[in-house]
Every structure is written in C-alpha cells, then in structure tokens.
Design a protein around this ligand. Sequence first.
Ligand SMILES: Nc1ncnc2c1ncn2[C@@H]1O[C@H](COP(=O)(O)OP(=O)(O)O)[C@@H](O)[C@H]1O
Ligand SMILES: [Mg+2]
Length: 332
Amino acid sequence: MSEEAIVSIAERFGIKVRGIIKIRNGIYRVNTSKGKSYSLKRMSKRLSRLRWIDRVLLRVRNSGPRLAWRNPQTSEGRKPYVFSNKGDPYVLTRWISGRIPSPRSLSDMRSCGVALARFHVAGRAALKGKFANSMIGTWHSTFINRHRDLQRKIAKAKRNGYSPPISRFLQQHGLEVLHYSNQARALLRNSGYRSYCNRALQTGVLTHGDGGPSNFILNAEGTHLIDFETLCVDLRAYDLYRVIFNSCKDYHWDFAIAKAILNGYRQVAKIRKTDYDLIQVWLRFPQTTCLVLSSSDRFPLNKSWLQWALASERRIGSFLQQLHKYASRHSS
Ligand SMILES: Nc1ncnc2c1ncn2[C@@H]1O[C@H](COP(=O)(O)OP(=O)(O)O)[C@@H](O)[C@H]1O
Ligand SMILES: [Mg+2]
C-alpha cells in the first residue's frame, strides 16, 4: 500500500501524521507532529469478531492489565477501526516504547508469566460468562486435522514428491514424527479435557492465542501485551503452552525458561494438574516440524531446518519429564 494511503487511514483517526515506518505488510509505526507514536495495524475482515475483540479488551483494560489497545477517552481512540479503500479494517493503538523480553533473562520470563496470569484473571471478569468466539471443545479435531496433514506430507515424501534431501529425510524420520503426534493425541484422550470443557464456565478464560516474547513489551510502567488478532475464549493451558513454546523453541528447550514463566503465573493464579496435563498435550505435538514443513521466511523447508526441528522434538521428551516433576510439586 502507498504511503499516502497509510497516511489517509491514520488521519481518519484524527491524528496529524509526520512520518511512517513500515514494520511489515499491514503494520506501521506512525509518528505524529505532536511527537506521539502509534501502531496502525490491518486486522482480519471479520467485523463481528473485531467488534467483540474491541468490546472485551476495553473491559479488560479497565481492570488493570497493560494492553496496547485504543483508549476511547482520547480523541484518536474514539473510533474502534477505520477502513482502507480496499475495505480492510485498521486499528490504531499507542506505540509502547520498551523492549521485548528475552528468554535469556529469567526475570523477563517471570514477568511474562505474571502478565499472562493478570490478563487471564481480568479476562474472566470481562467475559461475564458469555463465551463468544470460543475454541473450547475443539482440540480433538484440531489434532486430528494436524495429524492428517502430517500424514499427507510424509506420504508425499514416500513418493519422492519433495526435493531428494527432504524426501529422504522424511522417509527416514517420518514415523518418529507421527509417533509424537500420536502421543499428543493419546495424552489428550487421557487428560481431563472433556470434563474441563464441560465445566467451561469455570475453566474457560479469555485467551491471547499467540503469547510469546514478540507479543510482550517491557518498560518502566510494567509488562504490556500487544497483538490481539488471535483473541478468543479457550483454556488457560493453551496460552501457557504458546508462551512456553515461543520462548523455549529457540533456546534448546531449557526448562529453566518454562519454570520462570510458570513461577510468574503462579504468583497471581493457580495452575491445576489438568492445566499441566493439557500444556503437555500441545508441547508433545511435533509443531516445530510442522512449522518447517509449512515453509516460511522464518522456517524455510530444507534439510538443516528439518534436522533442527527433529532435534527439538527429541529434546521435548526430557523437557516434558521436567514439566511433570514441576507439576507434581506445584499443582493445586
Ligand atoms: N503498539 C505497539 N507498541 C510497540 N510495538 C509494537 C506495537 N504494535 C506492534 N509492535 C511491534 O511490531 C511487531 C509486530 O506487530 P504484531 O502486532 O505483533 O504483529 P504480528 O501479527 O506480525 O505478530 C511486534 O512484535 C512489535 O515489535
Ligand atoms: Mg505479534
């Protein structure tokens, strides 16, 4: 999109634009002539969902957690969104100056755990028992679909449907990867998932859906959450899994990182045995391999990334044993 088009969208929020920095397609940092900074982001076209996100986040913010979302008391925060010429809705939020947390810092990780738990506590109150956009009860079918997708890709490798090194790699290790996926499904079947879902009114929380170092910002005010496109209602275990996965995957699955996140969370809210069991289900699914098989700029599909992913899947085995020990010491 041209710079003029971005300026025009931003100015319809009532701000005077001085400069624009593109973060990626659809996300811009906008500086104003008054020296303020905002993030302008294209959201998905599903307006009913965007309105729900807006409604719930305004309620959550009133009860304390620090979120990058509009403030309706300011002139630029009056409109929840404006449309581009193509009909895409854009949201404008304050730019939070600060730094993203580092998984190398256990104190940063603990702060993320605290912030996530505060978000869950405030989110429960904001939902007021009305569970729109709920993912509760969907996990079995999610895992079945992902398993089938893996099976299809491994069958393609058997037919030498990928380049020779990738086909050979999957012919050699495909069964091991499918085994991890089967283990995840067995863990789900043997967890308390169904009864947890049946008690959704007590167990459901407002779920960020994409927690991880890049969606927290730390500064002197505290720990902020950003990026709410995936907001939904689900179980707390999903968010804890996401934060643990995104924080540990590039750091050799060092359990100390997860421990700091969980310790932080437990400072604010309880984690029950079923929560740990459900975190384990997600961690055991070979998601790192799936990321590489889906090929992106960040995780290109080639042999060395596949080797990296397989090494991660193997490390997760001992990581889960450590999680199990932690859970038996700390579950309530
Ligand atoms: N309001 C904000 N304040 C500070 N940084 C932001 C803000 N919005 C986005 N960013 C920066 O831009 C990056 C991408 O934005 P994000 O909304 O997380 O998009 P994505 O969907 O690509 O994850 C973030 O990781 C963060 O570094
Ligand atoms: Mg993000």
